[in-house]
Design a protein. Structure first.
Length: 455
């Protein structure tokens, strides 16, 4: 642009000089003055052009600097956006940060109600009752490098109780866990209470005192095989003491077509410490009663050794599971060593099309309705029956026997909401509460309802 202006000015000056050459002297003087004035004006214009050129160069320089600054700002903004936490929502919000960090709140609410009917002359509480069975809140997530964490507490009791508090490390099929967590006593015990097919697990899982313990464990999964083992102290609420255990479990879980099979066994050896006592007892299915119709009362013990066998199959809407567990107690010298037994067999069937029981990593898992409520469906409806046996009589210890015939109907509305209705007829021998006539053999009936939500 400026080059064109310079050319035009020079051409104008040359033209003016050519036009003034044939004039007379007087005219020449006048033309000369005009020419000088024109030259002066051209000089002024040329100076202005130089000034404009300089200003234009300054503007272009600033524009280049602004463009570079804008590009850098875009890079910074892009980098910041890439590293800023992102949130997803699946039952609860989950934050995901740079490098693999995640953070997710978690929790569950189980609210139970129902009634127990037992012979009135036993003096055992009967009638309607209700409770908040579980109100758990916690957090879980991942840490870069293959690490993970989970912390959860239960607020349903009079005092807040720590449930899980763990740090994990995973590499391929290997998972290492340290902190308070479940040890390895069978399919029913290790399956989450969110995914059981009855309000409470089989009687022996509570009777033999299984609980979370502080310890370190390892699990290795390869194909259809799962191996678990660890060393544990006692539950965090009971420490310090000299109680410690060794626990292990082996699972073989092949698939035959669409059928998921499960075969497993577990061992638990618990050193109780000097002067220790144990007590084995159990409620009549529901947790909201404090009555234990089978109860060994406390007796001295040195150690416990338990052996469990477990088997299950899931095929479409049908499932079956069978478990047995033997609890052997080593008593101080001079006492006979008792052996107690518990076991159960369970059958279940989904009445709604396309639904099946979940299974993952050696345990029963979440039921996910094929047609959930809120998406045009009615959810999943499941019917189950179970026979549950517990024998606490041996070696002179009379804790009683309990045979329980149970039925449940479960409505799973969505992946995270369920309603459960349970009925149980319990038959007792050597019960802890005798009737007015002194009989310790009688029946009791229980109805229980649960509303459940988790996230």
């Amino acid at each position: 642009m400026t080059h064109k202006i310079r050319t035009a000015l020079l051409a104008t000056a040359a033209c003016c000089a050519t036009l003034t050459s044939p004039l007379s002297a007087q005219e020449s003087l006048s033309a000369s003055a005009e020419l000088e004035a024109l030259k002066s004006e051209l000089a002024r214009l040329a100076a202005r052009v130089e000034q404009l050129e300089s200003e234009l160069e300054t503007v272009e320089t600033k524009a280049d600097e602004a463009s570079a600054s804008a590009q850098e700002s875009v890079k910074i903004a892009t980098s910041t956006a890439a590293s800023a936490p992102t949130a997803t929502f699946k039952a609860a919000p989950e934050l995901k940060g740079e490098g693999g960090w995640t953070f997710k709140p978690r929790g569950r609410i189980n609210v139970d109600a129902g009634f127990v009917s037992a012979p009135s002359s036993t003096g055992a509480d009967s009638g309607f009752d209700a409770e908040a069975r579980r109100i758990r809140l916690g957090v879980s997530g991942k840490i870069p490098g293959g690490f993970g964490y989970k912390v959860e507490a239960d607020f349903a009791e009079d005092e807040v109780a720590l449930t899980d508090a763990i740090l994990t490390y995973s590499d391929g099929g290997l998972t290492l866990t340290a902190g308070q967590h479940n040890n390895f006593q069978g399919l029913e015990e290790l399956s989450s209470s969110l995914h059981t097919s009855f309000i409470e697990r089989s009687a022996w899982t509570d009777a033999f005192g299984f609980e979370r313990r502080i310890g370190a464990s390892a699990a290795y999964s390869s194909g259809d095989v799962l191996i678990q083992g660890g060393v544990f102290a006692d539950n965090s609420a009971d420490l310090p003491n000299n109680n410690w255990s060794l626990d292990g479990r082996l699972v073989f879980a092949p698939k035959l077509g669409d059928t998921q099979l499960h075969l497993g066994g577990s061992i638990h050896h618990n050193m109780l410490g000097e002067g220790a006592t144990v007590r084995y007892r159990q409620r009549p299915l529901v947790h909201f009663t404090d009555n234990r119709f089978v109860n060994t009362d406390r007796f001295s013990a040195v150690s416990e050794t338990g052996f469990g066998l477990e088997a299950a199959a899931i095929s479409g809407p049908f499932h079956v599971s069978v478990e047995g567990y033997s609890q052997n107690v080593n008593r101080p010298e001079g006492f006979e060593d008792p052996s107690f037994f518990g076991g159960s067999v369970e059958l279940g069937y989904f009445l709604t099309k396309g639904d099946t029981r979940g299974y993952k990593s050696g345990t029963f898992n979440r039921v996910k309705p094929a047609n959930p409520v809120g998406a045009g469906g009615i959810g999943a409806v499941q019917a189950n029956i179970r026979f549950d046996h517990l024998d606490l009589n041996d070696a002179g210890i009379i804790g009683g026997t309990q045979d329980s015939y149970q039925a449940s109907l479960i409505w799973t509305m969505t992946d995270y909401t369920r309603l459960l209705l349970n009925y149980a007829l319990l038959s007792y021998d050597d019960a802890a509460f005798p009737t007015a006539s002194g009989s310790t053999s009688y029946n009791a009936s229980v109805v229980g309802v649960r509303a459940q939500v988790d996230f």
